[in-house]
Design a protein. Sequence first.
Length: 172
Amino acid sequence: MPQRSRSVITCIRVVALLALVAVALPGCGLLTTDVNLVQDRRVDVEAPGKAARVGLPVTIRWSAHDVAGRTFALFVDRAPIKPGDSFRALAEDEHDDACLQQRGCPDAGWLRNRGVYVTTGRSLTLDTLPDTRDTGRGARDSHEVTIVLMHDGRRDGEAAWSRQFYVDRSGS
């Protein structure tokens, strides 16, 4: 077989293989996921500013629209629960059998002790935060708050709004 014919056949095989891969991979979930890639702008974290240095107490403030019937859950220095999960997932993750066996747990106090706050308002003031500085020189006391929407006791959708900020403890 002439060299040119072999090259054409090889080229056809490569194109066919690429076409097969392009068709097969999305079906396997390797190229796509169930993640919503549209930026959700229903909530806007207004304060503190991005990477702001703040003192304590610090007020987290946000604006929101098109969130009727939803509450806000704020996760401070921790990952939020997964979409569709209730706060019970936190107790399950921690293997907190006492909480899981107690009716009404996790409650607001249990959540607060783990850096989780629930509100219908548009702000939350934190009087204290753990000192996250290490002993190194110039260490920053870094914190992050993530806001998610809750509906009927479960996380509503994948949307989350985060803000990182730093606590200035120079006076302490």
